[in-house]
Design a protein. Structure first.
Length: 94
């Protein structure tokens, strides 16, 4: 437990920031999961839209410092690979 006034203030600030960051991190995770579900279902247009939204949210979380920029880049890369695989699969089927 903190004893100094400044340390107590730091605790309050850190808790406030933790809760704020958690909101952005959870939203990014949710949107990535939704994009993966759309890709798995095979609906190309819905998958593209869900991926676009997830990428935007990952960028926002990285810009705010909630997640590391390389973490966001890795997740975006994996999503785009999955989307490209879906596009190739559907293109080959037609």
């Amino acid at each position: 437990m903190a004893n100094h006034k400044s340390a107590l203030k730091r605790q309050r600030q850190n808790e406030k920031r933790r809760l704020h960051n958690r909101m952005f991190r959870n939203r990014a995770r949710t949107l990535v999961k939704k994009a993966r579900v759309e890709i798995a279902e095979g609906d190309l247009e819905a998958a593209r839209e869900a991926t676009r939204i997830a990428v935007r949210d990952l960028d926002m979380a990285a810009t705010r410092g909630t997640i590391h920029k390389n973490n966001a880049a890795r997740r975006k890369s994996r999503l785009m690979q999955q989307l490209a695989a879906l596009e190739a699969r559907l293109k080959g089927a037609s």
